[in-house]
Design a protein around this ligand. Sequence first.
Ligand code: GLN
Length: 236
Amino acid sequence: MAVGVLSLQGSFNEHIAALRRLGVKGVEIRKPEQLQNITALIIPGGESTTMAKLAEFHNLFPVLRDFVKMGKPVWGTCAGLIFLANNAIGQKAGGQELVGGLDCTVNRNFFGSQLQSFETELLVPEIAAKEGGPSTFRGVFIRAPGILEVGPEVQVLAEYSVPSKNSTESTSKSENQMDKPVSEERVIVAVKQGNLLGTAFHPELTADTRWHSYFLKMAGEIVEQSCNSIIKAEYL
Ligand code: GLN
């Protein structure tokens, strides 16, 4: 399977290294024509305004949107998640183009500035179920976005509990999903919707390759399904 990594800016080398650890050669993507023979794509973290300017300069937005619309597997991490979101709010948002496709609203710098970057153990039931290993994953959040709202088709894969400044505040958006103490605000940090995967944190900056492995399996299933439907259409 040819897995492309958008290599305009940000942590593309780290994604390629993580894929290499799984025996997959990541292909650096910088120009529209390089996407032609690619089966699945990773959009890395970095700085989404800069990445968007570079993508615009290289005329990548139309092909990236087509790639998503064709149902090809795409995983966005951090700035890559912002790229995939249908709506982005927060500082400097608005002037920036998005690829879209993921039915969610993200706040670009939900957790604050670079100084508020942090690491934490996230509960990742879906990853543990499909990939094995511990029930938690080390989430590296670097000036990370948060997912504020998701559409009905979106599966929530991980949430983070932000300690609230005001313990009387109750701002849950997912009351039905889990019991929530009033002193915490839950923010969604990983989602899946059909062919699209999004994480607000950076799995490529850890030694744990389970998210990469999960994405490769998801991509494999999508490729298999599309091959089956082509065969059915041609021969049945
Ligand atoms: N919040 C950043 C942005 O708006 C993304 C940070 C990251 O990718 N580490 O681009």
